[in-house]
Design a protein. Sequence first.
Length: 94
Amino acid sequence: MYLSSIKPLAGLRSRFLPGACLCLFLISVRAAQDPLPAWNDVSSKRAIIDFVQQVTKEGGPDFVPVAERIAVFDNDGTLWSEQPAYWQAGQGAG
């Protein structure tokens, strides 16, 4: 009884998996064309892309080995208000 109830799901899986793979492929192709697709094409976007290309190009003068790369994320108010506790409380109360 249990195995007979799984058979319809096998057909769904055989249709879902190729579609999911195609979607992932198309997303990766788009990302390869434009690494920051949500950004406007302005000087800051170009500067970031140029910087990343310079520090990741092996043999280049600005190359930074993978082991020495450090990413720092600062919550500088772009995602939160300047007083996040008050903002959070206001959202919860509303």
